[in-house]
Design a protein around this ligand. Sequence first.
Ligand code: SF4
Length: 159
Amino acid sequence: MYTGLGLKDEIIKDKDIIWQCVSCNKCTNIYPKDVRPEGVMKALAHWLEDEGHTEIRPSHIFDEEFWGQVERTGRIEDAHVIMGFFKKTNQPLIQEWLTAFTMRMIKHLPFVHLIRMGMNFMFTLRTKSWGHTGKVLREYVEQREEEAHRRRQQVKEAA
Ligand code: SF4
């Protein structure tokens, strides 16, 4: 890992570039077999957060909100994800772009679809028999987080 090769200062200097990766995976598709630059970018971004070299990014908060809803309900209700994200990032719930977006939906979507969306918003639905699946997913994510934490600790000790 770059942090273990004495390149920490270089990485910290260029940390804003690391956060510009949008996970499009173009690099991973053209690099030789088993080389995954996108994974390296993500690992470095987490390392920067863990080490306090950068604040927790909104994208990280959004991911947590998104994942939290999947884990709890087995579904994604966009409005709940956005509202949760706004709350956690101290943003107003009513925003100009969102109002314009909502008005366009009301104008263009079929009435039945709008009713269904409203019902989904009002009554948080849950995928049938989701309990066990959610538990298995949670365990898997916790395992991966522990592994990632262990790897970062090894990198830290090697640096
Ligand atoms: S580093 Fe790779 S995955 Fe990230 S934006 Fe660039 S090409 Fe896409």
